[in-house]
Write a protein that binds this ligand. Structure first.
Ligand SMILES: O=C1C[C@@H](O)[C@H](O)[C@@H](O)C1=O
Ligand code: CO
Length: 297
């Protein structure tokens, strides 16, 4: 299994408050969120919309709970907007994360994304044309260089409803970007929901994976989302995702493969669902226990 101290375990705030649907968990405070993360036994977190913007204030709140910032999501629009727009926003984001001690920056291409659109998730995903693939690759290589200026890496987030969702698309992106500048985020839930075998991605891109999101999927809800032509955010509300140990993904072989490939870095539970239905602390504890049982950490 994993070497000692190779992996840091974290949890994302999206189970407490959802940045894409701020009405989910609107009554949950930042203090409740980070206190419950620590109480459930996690060492770190990503950044959510309720976190203090002031780095000193955020550092103090995290130090009190012995939590670290692992990363934060960044939306790029390299395929649809002038490059400079993405670069300007990226530099601010990079500098904030650097100040907070993070080593990786999560990047997701949101050009043409249907992630927030009211259209069928399983039917309307975008497909990039060759020119868009080139824009994406060039832009990501440059963002990767900018991250390197601060000793950081960008980790690309493949995602349902975007142009980089399937294994074929992930393979293509990895092939056309510079391996020294663009790394990969491995998100179990997005791969499984897309119908991919997450183990295939681990095996093909082990040396580029530098960040992990642990998300489980409820097969019965996912089937309804498929059948009823539901949109991504409605699927989330309906409970398509949950924490590891509460859904249908078998995490044993995933942890085994990550350990065999000598994965080092963060693994963060990231399980968006309605906190009014799934109590965030209760589900954080379910996830922590499942990881202890299956990954022996
Ligand atoms: O990393 C992520 C961030 C969320 O905003 C996103 O929608 C979620 O599904 C995810 O994987
Ligand atoms: Co994710």
């Amino acid at each position: 299994m994993f070497k000692e101290n190779a992996v840091k375990l974290g949890i994302c705030p999206i189970g407490w408050t959802n940045d894409d649907m701020p009405e989910l968990g609107s009554g949950n405070t930042f203090e409740q969120c980070v206190s419950e993360m620590a109480l459930a036994g996690f060492q770190g977190t990503e950044v959510g919309n309720k976190y203090p913007k002031d780095t000193q204030e955020l550092k103090q709140a995290l130090e009190l709970r012995q939590l670290q910032i692992a990363s934060a999501w960044f939306s790029s629009f390299l395929t649809t907007r002038p490059y400079k727009e993405t670069e300007e926003a990226f530099i601010k984001h990079r500098d904030f994360l650097h100040e907070m001690g993070a080593k990786v920056i999560v990047v997701s291409e949101q050009g043409h994304s249907i992630q927030k659109e009211d259209v069928p998730l399983f039917e309307d995903k975008p497909h990039f044309n060759e020119q868009e693939w080139e824009l994406l690759a060039e832009g990501l290589n440059t963002l990767g260089e900018l991250a390197r200026e601060k000793g950081m890496d960008i980790v690309f987030h493949h995602h349902m409803g975007t142009g980089v969702q399937t294994i074929e698309e992930i393979d293509k992106l990895m092939n056309i970007t510079d391996e020294d500048k663009v790394s990969l985020l491995f998100d179990t839930g997005h791969l499984y929901l897309s119908g991919e075998d997450p183990l295939d991605v681990l095996k093909s891109h082990s040396y580029r994976i530098k960040h992990v999101h642990l998300k489980d999927v409820r097969d019965d809800v996912a089937a309804e989302v498929h059948q009823n032509k539901t949109a991504f955010l409605d699927g989330v509300r309906e409970g398509m995702f949950t924490v590891p140990g509460n859904g249908d993904i078998d995490f044993g072989p995933i942890f085994e493969t990550l350990a065999q490939m000598d994965y080092k870095g963060w693994m963060l539970v990231e399980a968006e669902q309605d906190p009014a239905i799934a109590n965030p602390l209760e589900y954080a504890v379910i996830a922590r226990n499942h990881i202890r049982e299956k990954a022996k950490i």
